[in-house]
Ligand binder design. Structure first.
Ligand code: SAH
Ligand code: SF4
Length: 394
């Protein structure tokens, strides 16, 4: 068994579930610098033999080149002596995820099929709008949860993405949009949502470390107000998400009764609606200026009645939540056992929530023609690996 398929327990629908390990080291033995904090870069340089003061200075310079200028190799780093470039190149790399395929929707939405260095595929999506652009970032390859309306939920979890692979998505989007050097004004990529493949709070450390890099003012410089993390309701991690990451919170609620939510969002069997909404009420940093978004997928005859809408209002009021509701028309995928609610039903639902004093816009589906819309992301679960040369114990 190669290292990345060795099983380890992590929390899942039934805790714990066995999932694949994190990324394997690079085959060439070099160290990836993307995804390391400034201090980790300094330590890596010191371990490789630079004296402490040099390591500190070089780390600062390299950080700037990677995250401010978008450098992909050391030869561009003009403030580092040329003689040191080969020394760095032998030991370190600055990479992006490999692009297997890039597609553009008729509505301008773009989807990339990406591949990790150990051969697993995952996706990211960019959604341009008139005055902003949102990158939808994946946190895992596959998902341990099995929400019944979500295509990613039909994949098994292949593995967690590491910080390099999460930050790498943002870097790649910046490359594609030609947005180097980093500057606060006039960007197309203005917002990030952790709403691609996977459950970000089941890959907490890597998501936190990656977002810290994305938010660093000396680098990519995206404000925490422009980043939203979506969770299906991993209650025990929500307080830490608020305290240690501090981005906007979105919660995939999708149903207001135990019976329906147990069925369509199975994590509800472990952490019920009351617990989830209490965790929302306690979420650090939520207030009227920074509301919690409740995502609600509109499934015909499942969760879309007027009574459901009224119960949603009651729950939000009961927990005194600074909330807005995003109504998401169900995006179909082959084999899904659901239909989208009718436009009249969605309008009626939205009106009831709105009259309850809560904003409830209906999201326009984007990128459906290239399967880039919410819940449509899925890649081949596992790719054939090359014969493992290091695997002589087998
Ligand atoms: N795992 C996280 C984040 C990724 S999913 C979560 O579940 O919150 C991003 C959003 O798309 C979630 O609200 C998810 O429930 C929703 N979604 C999944 N499948 C969908 C589909 N087929 N149509 C519409 N929305 C869907
Ligand atoms: Fe996983 Fe989110 Fe899809 Fe549920 S909706 S299966 S948590 S990616």
């Amino acid at each position: 068994m190669s290292a990345d398929t060795a099983l380890m327990p992590i929390p899942g629908t039934v805790d714990p579930v066995p999932v694949s390990r994190a990324a394997v080291p690079r085959a060439d033995g070099r160290t990836e610098l993307v995804g390391l904090s400034k201090d980790q870069i300094r330590a890596a340089l010191a371990d490789a033999g630079l004296e402490p003061r040099q390591a500190k200075l070089r780390a600062k310079q390299i950080w700037h080149w990677i995250y401010n200028r978008g450098a992909g190799d050391f030869t561009r780093m003009t403030d580092i002596a040329k003689v040191q470039h080969p020394w760095l190149t032998e030991r370190f790399v600055i990479t992006r995820p490999e692009v297997v395929e890039a597609q553009v929707s008729v509505d301008g939405t773009r989807k990339w099929l990406l591949r990790t260095h150990d051969g697993h595929d995952y996706e990211m999506v960019f959604i341009p709008d008139a005055d902003r652009g949102t990158l939808c970032v994946s946190s895992q390859i596959g998902c341990t949860l099995n929400c019944t309306f979500c295509h990613t939920g039909t994949m098994k979890l292949v593995r967690n993405l590491d910080p390099a692979e999460i930050v790498g998505q943002v870097m790649l989007a910046r490359d594609a949009l030609g947005e180097w050097p980093s500057q606060p004004e006039g960007r197309m990529l203005t917002n990030i949502v952790m709403m691609g493949m996977g459950e970000p709070l089941y890959n907490f450390d890597n998501v936190r470390d990656a977002l810290k890099i994305v938010m660093d003012g000396d680098g990519l410089g995206l404000s925490k107000r422009r980043i939203t993390l979506s969770t299906s309701g991993v209650v025990p991690m929500m307080a830490r998400a608020g305290a240690e990451i501090g981005v906007n919170l979105a919660v995939s609620l999708h149903a207001v009764t135990k019976e329906v939510r147990d069925e369509i969002v199975p994590i509800n069997r472990k952490y019920g609606i009351e617990q989830l909404l209490q965790a929302c009420a306690d979420y650090p940093g939520a207030n009227n200026a920074r509301r919690i978004t409740f995502e609600y997928v509109m499934l015909k005859d499942k969760n879309d009645s007027d009574a459901d809408a009224r119960e949603l209002v009651r729950l939000i009021r009961h927990y005194r939540l600074p909330a807005k509701v995003n109504l998401i028309p169900f995006n179909p995928w082959g084999g899904a056992g659901y239909e989208c609610s009718t436009p009249e039903r969605i309008r009626s639902f939205s009106n009831i929530v709105f009259e309850g004093g809560i904003s409830a816009p209906v999201r326009t589906p984007r990128g459906r023609d290239i399967d880039a819309a919410c819940g449509q992301l899925k890649t081949a679960a596992e790719r054939k690996r090359k014969p493992a040369v290091l695997n002589d114990s087998a």
